[in-house]
Design a protein around this ligand. Structure first.
Ligand code: NAD
Length: 496
């Protein structure tokens, strides 16, 4: 732990908060209270206590933010030389890096995730900014062959104001995953962070301002989904909505956007399978499955929440994972444990509801299955849980729990594994553990998912497109593909 992180942790444990946290809305380059004076409590999930408050926007604040973003789009950002836009984003990446420790501490406090995980999120956010900073002056059109008497070419133009609706599980990383390519393409942004985790999106406003981002290009309207999110996605001046959250909210966001023929990227839920074949490396697979489901206490859309395992290794693999689970210890996020908190009391109740109902149905529990507390007797924690031999039609297999609960499905062949992997309405991610390349290719062809990894569940990076099929979403973030959401093609044809 660095000296800076020690200082910030000591300050928090001494005073119950941190000095200098943002507490207002950020609109048109100005810090402002919400017009109606509403505020939201911000909780530290590791101790289940309020540690700060922020303004809560309503429709009029959102309207001002969209209007500021619209003006900044037309007057400043769209017309700025793309290489200069890239330089500002690169500068923001450098400044974020200088403040990485403070961002990580605040993210850990706000979300409940262990400090090391929050540091990982900040590092990946810096990488995202750098990646898209480099893209700003490489967004190119094409030319089209019409013969000798005409010339036709296209340019990729920014769509305009973009809205970004963020969930609570990766607050900073999800914000930048949408905002960085949008700004690189020449769009402006209005961000609505999750009501539970508004702080790092607000701190990012300070970073952007110091980097020289013009006023109105990046705006943040904290608030609830109903009071701030719904008016944002319904505003006709918003030309693209990037939404990350639950399926139900995604449906209403898409409906609201449809009224204005606004395009959407939807990153929704998942119930991602990890297929472990009989020939897998058991130790590597057990370690992979452990972190696929228990990283961020399972609160990851692409968590590996189902283990689809061949019968001959089922017992041995589950036993190995259970052994590893014994080493996971819930503690306050700033003590940097290897196992973090659940973000809210409501989410904890939701997880417990799934497991309690499964108990009444007689589903076998290999480990966990209860709420728990840190060694200080505090916080919203749920024991890492493995539910064994779950039938295919059970809600533990079919529904997203969004918590530390692994459902094990046992199969007898590669073909049956594909069928089991594809048995839900989701199709976000999948992992494959096998030492047989033919099986790996057969499975990756047969499984419906936006991203598939082989022998390392979390392999990938900002370079690799990310998104889901079926009810898991529409469109792709990350990689060069993400830039397409923020551009429209203009074709110009000249006859002569
Ligand atoms: P949620 O849908 O309740 O909320 C997500 C965001 O939408 C929040 O900012 C919320 O305030 C806002 N919102 C709520 N109602 C709205 C409305 N009517 N209009 C506009 N905005 C509204 O989801 P959550 O509980 O915060 O997050 C958990 C869910 O997010 C899980 O289902 C998870 O799978 C999903 N998720 C998906 C990804 C992905 O990349 N696919 C990533 C993270 C989370």
């Amino acid at each position: 732990m660095s000296e800076r992180i020690k200082e910030l942790s000591q300050e928090y444990f001494r005073s119950g908060t941190l000095a200098g946290l943002p507490s207002q809305l950020f609109i048109a380059g100005q810090w402002q209270d919400a017009e109606n004076g509403d505020v939201l409590d911000v909780y530290d999930p590791s101790s289940a206590s309020v540690f700060t408050r922020v303004s809560a926007a309503s429709e009029s604040d959102v309207g001002r933010a969209v209007s500021a973003a619209n003006q900044a789009f037309h007057n400043v950002w769209k017309v700025m030389k793309p290489s200069l836009r890239g330089r500002i984003l690169a500068k923001a990446a450098d400044l974020l890096e200088q403040q990485a420790e403070r961002f990580a501490v605040v993210e850990a406090l706000d979300s409940g995730k262990p400090l090391a995980e929050a540091e990982g999120d900040v590092a990946s956010s810096i990488a995202t900014l750098r990646y898209y900073a480099g893209c700003a002056d490489k967004i190119q059109g094409d030319s089209f062959p019409l013969g000798q008497d005409a010339f036709s070419f296209s340019s990729l133009e920014p769509v305009g104001v973009t809205a970004h609706i963020i969930p609570w599980n990766f607050p900073l990383a999800t914000t930048l995953r949408g905002v960085a390519p949008a700004l690189a393409a020449g769009c402006t942004a209005v961000v609505k962070p999750a009501e539970q985790t508004p702080l790092t999106a607000l701190m990012l406003a300070e970073v952007f301002q110091e980097a020289g981002l013009p006023d109105g290009v990046y705006n943040v309207v904290n608030g609830t989904g109903v009071a701030a999110g719904a008016p944002l996605v319904s505003d006709p001046s918003v030309r693209h909505v990037t939404f990350t959250g639950s399926v139900n909210t995604g449906v209403s966001v898409m409906q609201a956007a449809a009224n204005n023929i606004t395009s959407v990227t939807l990153e929704l839920g998942g119930k991602s399978p990890i297929v472990a074949l009989a020939d897998c490396d058991l130790e590597k697979t057990a370690e992979g499955v452990l972190w696929a489901i228990f990283y961020n206490a399972g609160q990851i859309c692409s968590a590996g929440s189902r283990l689809v395992v061949e019968r001959s290794v089922h017992g041995a693999l589950v036993e190995k994972i259970v052994e590893k689970v014994a080493a996971l210890k819930p503690e306050h996020a700033l003590h940097n444990p290897n196992y973090g908190a659940i973000n809210s009391a409501q989410q904890l109740d939701k997880i417990d509801g799934f497991v309690s109902r499964a108990k009444t149905r007689g589903i076998k529990i290999a480990c966990g299955g209860t709420r728990c507390l840190s060694s200080e007797g505090q916080g919203w924690f749920y024991a890492p849980t493995i539910m064994d031999e779950v039938p295919l039609d059970d809600e533990l297999v079919q529904e997203e729990i969004f918590g530390p609960v692994l459902s094990v499905q046992v199969v007898d062949s590669v073909e049956e594994a594909i069928e089991a992997a594809n048995c839900t309405r989701f199709a976000l991610a999948a992992g494959i553990y096998t030492q047989n390349i033919t099986h790996a290719l057969r499975l990756s062809q047969g499984i419906d998912a936006g991203q598939i990894t082989v022998n390392d569940y979390w392999a990938g990076g900002i370079e690799v497109p990310f998104g889901g099929n079926k009810m898991s979403g529409i469109g792709r973030e990350k990689g060069l593909e993400a830039l397409r959401s923020y551009c429209c093609t203009k074709a110009v044809t000249m006859a002569f």
